[in-house]
Design a protein around this ligand. Structure first.
Ligand SMILES: C[S@@+](CC[C@H](N)C(=O)[O-])C[C@H]1O[C@@H](n2cnc3c(N)ncnc32)[C@H](O)[C@@H]1O
Length: 406
């Protein structure tokens, strides 16, 4: 078995609470790709155990600060805690969906497990989660309180490149479902909603589970209102708004496949008469709507991540400013912009500044006198995507509910 000795800086970083050891902070040591290794301070004292990557700049992800080597019982406890957290949030009903394991945020670096009714989708983003996948899968099946029909491994995200790993998509149990996978989403204060998931070809593992609570929250403002859902994907902001009584909903996305699923979802929920899909590039479409003098009661802005690295932050901030300028220009006085950012490199303060700058430059007319923006709620992801307090990188989703004045 290998081992790692960190530098003084590496030790200080670990003692401050962050669980990652960067390659620059390793004094000596080596291991097999993905191996679980003991970690030592420069003068030899034990600092815990972590998962090693031979390729990534993040050389070790600490999983325990105990000197005791993690065994099967340790990992079973991790998986059980993750599943119990979802059960406690009311997310384990058999027909529902949730993120069961959120990688580092659940103390299981690299592994995401999403559940859509009785189908699991696994995503491994690292050498260690690749190495441990079969073992962790067995533990998940042991802990889950219901039968799983099929398991898809969709380990194809771009982070795998940093780990020297190729993409991989394969069915580990069962096979591609011949019928669409249907999920029922409901909860306290939430209308029952049914949606289809394409786990093989849809974005992420098939769906944006992280926005569940924000969609329910946005729907509270929608009764009798006209709602524009920009970057709609398969339309759950739009459909939730329609179910809550919105008079008209237009959903915009560039993806034709997402639009087809959106229309099918609208039909299944009996709101097809009030939900329209328009396939378009969002920025151009918003510019045209502002020029045409359109006015909406609620505008949802949920773009893909604008900054995938620290280097992209300045450009991303300009993007958020401009997107929100256009969104706020379209809202009638007293209306609401629901504005999200899933770029973890853009923190809450920076995102708030982009919202403020967007408001200052917003219409409604060509004189762009600016609009007042009041944030009435500032939320994150749904509770099945927890934020590990000592790992700010897990705090990626921000969602501001902004009342826009004159
Ligand atoms: C974060 S997802 C939206 C998730 C969705 N709001 C939900 O609650 O499930 C971003 C969406 O933006 C779409 N998209 C990306 N670039 C776009 C563009 N330039 N114009 C329109 N849609 C775009 C993607 O197809 C994707 O569906």
């Amino acid at each position: 078995m290998g081992q790692i000795t960190v530098t003084g800086r590496g030790r200080r970083r670990l003692l401050r609470g962050h669980p990652w050891i960067y390659a620059d902070d390793v004094n000596s040591g080596e291991g097999e790709p993905g191996e679980l290794l003991p970690v030592f301070a420069p003068e030899g004292g034990p600092l815990g155990w972590g998962l090693f990557s031979s390729e990534s700049k993040i050389c070790v992800r600490l999983v325990t600060r105990s000197a005791k080597q993690p065994d099967r019982g340790f990992w079973l406890e991790r998986v059980r805690a993750a599943v119990e957290l979802r059960a406690g949030e009311g997310l384990l009903e058999p027909e529902g969906a949730c993120r069961l394991i959120a990688a580092d945020a659940d103390g299981i670096p690299g592994l995401v497990v999403d559940r859509y009714a009785d189908v699991l989708v696994l995503q491994s983003g690292g050498q260690a989660s690749d190495r441990m996948m079969a073992f962790l899968e067995e533990l998940v099946l042991e802990v889950l309180p219901f039968e799983i029909r099929a398991i898809l491994d969709r380990s194809e995200s771009s982070v795998r490149k940093h780990e020297g790993l190729d993409p991989r998509v394969e069915w580990r149990r069962g096979s591609a479902p011949t019928e669409r996978i249907e999920v029922v989403e409901q909860g306290p204060g939430m209308e029952r909603l049914v949606y289809g998931v394409d786990v093989e070809h849809g974005h992420k593992t098939g769906h944006y589970l992280d926005q569940r609570m924000n969609r329910a929250e946005a729907a509270r403002y929608a009764r009798g209102k006209r709602v524009l859902d920009v970057f709609s994907y398969d339309g759950l902001f739009a459909i939730r708004a329609a179910l809550a009584g919105a008079s008209e909903v237009v959903a915009i996305d560039q993806s034709e496949a997402a639009g087809e699923r959106l229309l099918e979802n609208a039909r299944c929920n009996g709101v097809a008469d009030r939900v329209r899909f328009e396939r378009a590039k969002a920025m151009d479409d918003l510019r045209r709507r502002v020029e045409d003098g359109e006015s909406w009661d609620v505008v949802v802005l949920d773009p893909p991540a604008f900054a995938r690295s620290k280097r992209e932050v300045d450009g991303a901030v300009r993007g958020y400013r401009e997107l929100n300028r256009r969104g706020m220009s379209l809202v009638s006085p007293g209306g609401l912009v629901v504005s999200a950012s899933c770029s973890h490199n853009v923190d809450r303060q920076t995102f708030t500044k982009a919202l403020a700058d967007g408001a200052r430059a917003a219409g409604p007319d060509s004189e762009a006198a600016g609009r007042e923006a009041r944030i009435v709620r500032f939320t994150g992801a749904s509770p099945d995507h927890p934020v590990l307090a000592n790992l700010p990188e897990t705090d990626y989703l921000k969602c501001a509910f902004v009342r826009v004045g004159r």
